[in-house]
Design a protein around this ligand. Structure first.
Ligand code: ADP
Ligand code: MG
Length: 638
């Protein structure tokens, strides 16, 4: 609840809209009461026989059920002042006015008559009724539209904030959260929150106001009746509280289930090929069905509580209404129009309470959603630019790893005291078995993680001295698994930057991608299917290489970037990289040794430890593991 209110009141622009909605809601409540008042006015006919001929006690007419002939004759004389043997309607009204305590309707009517004589002319009354109806319609629209608009804006801002926050979070965050859960938060939760804010504004602003003001009027009409009825009305509160707690609990469970449900679906979609080849459809279906059934069960439970509120409240409401009618008319002998007005007022209290109970489920779901969303929003990005971090211009001298220790978790070290230097313009290769920590080195250089011990320096300064953005601007990176997105080839290579078409095509030629791109249906303007599905692994890699090359970054890191390439493409790319030698600094991670033959130096890494460093010929002599690898490659090639 606190979360929702904080979100609703977070910004000034929201507050203005909130005030607007609030005013509209107050006017709306007032118009509802006015409507009931006009109902009373319309049904207010003159006094009936028993009222007019009731005995007078303490200077007031006292309600009665029987009239004696004596009293009748005495009263007749009182009413027929000028002995004309007839009584006019005016005579009767005047007498009633003088001898009764005026009801709320009569007082109100007197007030209205003093401004606009509705009682004198039936047309005036009709005009007044239409005006009340229009007033209510207008305020209802303004009020509902105001709160809805507020909800829409909050939802938009939340989605925006959520995404911006996600972008700032470190990679490590993503390892602890699954994509299904993160994406369902932004898609569903933002909407649920906004929706519940809408309900909350309606129910928490308007309901208390409507209930309190209406109660005041109810007591003014008849306090005796009010006390009786409202003892009954308090019964409404218990089921509401009970249902609210249930619904909130189930809402949390449903959201959890939705997350795992989304994960199952995303896993299935991204692994569809493997699933089909292994003929695992049945297994997937079973898993999916399980989740689906559990969700349906929770939804059923939630619906039961949601819907139960209506009949329960309805029964209590009708019970109160009947009490008011019977006790008002026959117990307290109130005039019919006052009792009708009173019952109308009861509906003004009852309706918002009923709506509150019904929409409470929505509010509870919003509370659960806002808790989940703020769980992500409250994660602080722990890799931050330090105060006074400077911009890294183009790499001038060297990259140094100095006794670097790092582990993704605190239990398992991945790099253990790794030291090496890459001078500007050099081409250095990192080789070693899988799991040695080669890719990790690339990620650390881009500062996607912070190291635990030692130092990584660029141009003599440790990485945190620079802004993260400027470090990454300096790096052209080809990852092990290329990432392509749903856009044209051109956009996939330029990746959001402004390069001329010539530059892009040149990079594609260098990456030996130009040839196959031109064969695509619309060449460079071909729309790639999601994640480049329609391209082969090698083609995807070549696009990723072109993307890194077009950036012309001073540091090029290739992480097994040629693993899926055919010999021809690999040779071409090798030539392209050769031509860049000396101009840019290259760090090539590879297990295929052909790409690194001409490297200035090769670093052999195993289990996070640097075993050897030197030229190819040196390593063949000094490093048996490297020699093994080389021999294996040689044999497999021949
Ligand atoms: N995100 C991660 N979380 C936890 N451990 C990881 C993560 N990425 C890699 N590792 C572990 O770190 C070690 C080195 O991985 P990596 O640098 O990818 O090796 P290489 O690229 O040499 O094959 C491996 O043991 C791997 O299991
Ligand atoms: Mg790797």
């Amino acid at each position: 609840m606190k979360h929702l209110f904080t979100i609703a009141l977070a910004k000034r622009k929201y507050v203005l809209l909130l005030i607007f909605s609030l005013i509209a809601s107050l006017l709306f409540t007032f118009s509802g009461q006015l409507e009931m008042f006009s109902l009373g006015v319309v049904t207010k006919k003159g006094p009936d026989f028993f009222e007019l001929f009731a005995p007078i006690k303490d200077h007031k007419l006292s309600p009665t059920n029987s009239v004696s002939k004596d009293l009748f004759e005495e009263r007749w004389d009182q009413l027929d002042k000028n002995h004309s043997n007839s009584i006019t309607k005016e005579d009767a009204q005047l007498f009633i006015k003088e001898n009764t305590k005026p009801g709320v309707i009569s007082q109100g009517l007197d007030f209205v008559n003093s401004i606009f004589p509705v009682e004198k002319n039936i047309y005036f009354l009709i005009i007044a009724l239409v005006a009340v109806a229009l007033f209510k319609a207008t305020t209802l629209f303004c009020y509902r539209f105001g709160t809805k608009l507020l909800a829409i804006r909050i939802s938009r801002d939340l989605r925006q904030e959520y995404f911006e926050h996600l972008q700032a979070l470190p990679i490590s965050f993503y390892q602890n959260h699954n994509i299904g859960s993160l994406s369902s938060r932004v898609v569903n939760d933002a909407y649920i929150i906004a929706d519940s804010i809408n309900s909350m504004l309606i129910n928490y602003l308007q309901t208390p106001f409507a209930v309190i003001t209406t109660l005041v009027i109810c007591f003014a009409v008849s306090w005796k009746l009010s006390i009786t009825v409202f003892i009954g009305l308090t019964l409404l509160i218990f089921p509401i509280i009970f249902l609210a707690q249930r619904i909130r609990k189930i809402a949390r469970q449903i959201q959890k289930k939705q997350e795992s449900f989304a994960s199952v679906l995303i896993e299935f979609l991204s692994g569809i090929q493997t699933i089909k080849i292994f003929a695992m459809e049945e297994f997937s279906l079973k898993k999916y069905t399980e989740h689906n059934d559990q969700m349906a069960m929770l939804e059923k439970k939630s619906a039961r509580y949601d819907i139960a509120s209506r009949p329960i409240l309805h029964t209590i409401g009708i019970f109160c209404l009947v009490t008011a009618l019977l006790f008002g008319l026959y117990g307290l002998l109130l005039p019919l129009h006052e009792v009708l007005f009173y019952c109308g007022l009861l509906s003004c209290v009852y309706e918002p309470i009923k709506k509150f109970a019904e929409e409470n489920g929505r509010i509870q779901r919003g509370i659960a959603a806002s808790e989940r969303m703020s769980e992500v929003l409250s994660v602080k990005p722990h890799i931050n630019d330090h105060d006074g971090a400077i911009e890294l211009a183009r790499l001038k001298t060297a990259i140094e790893f100095d006794n670097v220790y790092f582990g993704y978790t605190s239990i398992e070290p991945v790099l253990q005291g790794v030291s090496f230097t890459v001078k500007r313009g050099e081409k250095v290769a990192i080789v070693g078995p899988t799991g040695a920590g080669k890719s990790t080195i690339a990620l650390l250089l881009a500062r996607l993680y912070d190291i635990q011990k030692g130092e990584i320096r660029i141009d003599g300064k440790p990485l945190p001295a620079y802004t993260q953005k400027s470090i990454r601007e300096n790096i052209g990176f080809v990852p092990q698994k290329p990432f392509l997105f749903f856009d044209t080839v051109l956009e996939n290579i330029s990746f959001g930057r402004n390069y001329s078409r010539e530059e892009i095509e040149y990079a594609a030629v260098q990456a030996h991608a130009d040839e196959f791109i031109r064969k695509l249906e619309h060449g460079y303007d071909t729309l790639l299917a999601e994640a480049g599905k329609a391209l082969s692994g090698g083609q995807q890699q070549r696009l990723a290489i072109a993307r890194a090359l077009v950036k012309k970054a001073p540091i090029l890191i290739m992480d097994e970037a040629t693993s899926s390439l055919d010999a021809v493409s690999e040779e071409r790319i090798k030539q392209a990289l050769k031509s860049l030698k000396g101009q840019i600094t290259q760090i090539i991670i590879a297990h295929r040794l052909s790409t690194i033959e001409d490297a200035d130096r090769i670093i052999y890494l195993d289990k996070g430890v640097k075993i050897a460093e030197g030229t190819k010929d040196e390593l063949l002599v000094n490093c048996p593991q490297f020699k093994n690898m080389w021999d294996l490659l040689y044999c497999s090639r021949s």
